[in-house]
Design a protein around this ligand. Structure first.
Ligand SMILES: *Cc1c(COP(=O)(O)O)cnc(C)c1O
Length: 394
């Protein structure tokens, strides 16, 4: 193996073929007439915005939904031309010029937002209006949407290209009380009905997230916005009609930087310094707390030489110390698996996540950007992140 594309020996492996498979599963499920806007907020749920954004553009996604203008600018600087929506991450008036300069679609829910964009634009700029229909978070109250829409229609340099909402509490219809979901849908559709034929002229009308777009086909309207499904997860029970999804984040790996026998270190109770009567063979791997490894991992294990090996002491900021007593053949440069496969052994992401007591979103987004993301195509490394940059691997 040649690792010369790594600048630091701690990396995530992300399979772009599986990412494409998830997108296509959702696209095939809804059919050609419904647009798909994958949610790629939070650095593509930590998978890396540039490589994943480019892949989803190549797959034929209609829009991407981002949480952050900086990540949208990175996509533009990497040649992504497709429409990009910013969910809501700023007070729009303060950065209206960036929306125009980089051709980004803002999420507006006040007249002032829309006016700031109209004032900054030289020609009608696309905007999405967000409604709150029961999530209790961002958006204009559904009942106030018609009045807001009428005021925005008087502005010369905005064009309402989308109207959307974020549903909550969605499940298979037989699994839960459908009352809350129906209430949200009713608020959304009544708000649209109240503006009459103008509603039909808004191309993107969307309120379905991952579970709604799978479980409630009648809510797909003209578009869906799946987040978790794109990254291989759905909260629904798997049954007939559920698309097949696989997690593209297939492994988190590191390498041994140093292997030696030590006669002292932080091997005591609670990480206290302690002299040892007999030497302990340790391996030091790249990757610690600053990479997103939980301090709970001090009682965890990893794979080295195809075997489970325990962590020997408290997790450092940049390193983890392994107890190689049962793996004397290990040497510097050997691969370490935090989750993933090695030979016939496997530590699953789920096992690590549960051991660290994290929900999936916290687990993914805790993995910091200085863990390099290595992208696989046909099972082989094809690109790698290095800081903000994405570098091809020849
Ligand atoms: C994150 C997000 C989604 C995706 O939600 P999932 O349930 O994970 O599919 C949809 N809409 C908005 C506005 C979001 O922020």
């Amino acid at each position: 193996m040649n690792y010369s594309y790594l600048k630091r020996d701690c990396w995530l492996e992300i399979d772009l073929d599986l990412l494409r498979g998830n997108f296509m599963a959702m696209k095939n499920m809804v059919g050609p007439n419904i647009k798909v806007m994958p949610a790629v907020k939070a650095n593509a749920y930590s998978h890396g915005i540039v490589a994943c954004g480019k892949e989803l553009e190549a797959c034929g996604a209609d829009y991407l939904g981002l949480g952050n203008i900086d990540e949208a600018i990175m996509l533009r600087e990497n040649g992504v031309k497709m429409p990009l929506l910013i969910f809501a991450g700023n007070l729009i008036a303060e950065v209206a010029d960036l929306y125009i300069k980089y051709n980004l679609i803002p999420t507006v829910f006040t007249y002032e937002h829309a006016k700031a964009i109209s004032d900054a634009a030289k020609e009608p700029h696309p905007i999405f209006i967000k409604m709150d229909c029961g999530r209790g978070r961002l958006g204009v109250d559904a009942e106030d949407f018609p009045a807001l829409f009428a005021r925005i229609a008087t502005l010369p340099n905005v064009r309402v290209e989308g109207v959307y909402s974020h549903m909550c509490a969605v499940n298979w219809p037989d699994k839960a009380s459908t009352e809350y979901g129906e209430w949200q849908y009713k608020r959304f559709s009544s708000a649209l009905a109240a503006i009459g034929p103008a509603a039909e002229k808004i191309p993107f009308r969307q309120l379905a997230n991952t579970p709604a777009s799978i479980a409630l086909p009648e809510l797909r309207m003209t578009g869906i916005c799946p987040g978790r499904a794109i990254w291989g997860f759905s909260p629904l029970e798997k049954r007939e009609g559920h698309p097949e999804l696989k997690m593209p984040m297939v492994a988190w790996k590191s390498r041994l930087l140093h292997v030696h026998d030590v006669i002292g270190g932080k091997f005591g109770e609670g990480g206290k310094a302690k002299r040892l009567d007999t030497p302990l063979r340790i391996g030091v791997m790249a990757g610690g707390v600053s990479d997103g490894i939980s301090t709970k991992q001090e009682h965890g294990s990893v794979l080295v030489c195809g075997k489970r090996v325990p962590v020997a002491s408290a997790i450092c900021l940049e390193h983890t110390i392994l107890d190689l007593t049962n793996c004397p053949e290990a040497k510097p440069g050997d691969e370490v698996v935090i989750f993933g496969r090695q030979g016939t052994e496997e530590i699953s992401m789920d096992e690590v996540r549960k051991f660290w007591e994290k929900d999936l979103m916290s687990f993914w987004t805790a993995i910091t950007p200085h863990v390099q993301r290595v992208y696989l195509r046909d099972g082989k490394p094809c690109a790698v992140t290095s800081g903000d940059r994405l570098e091809e691997i020849k």
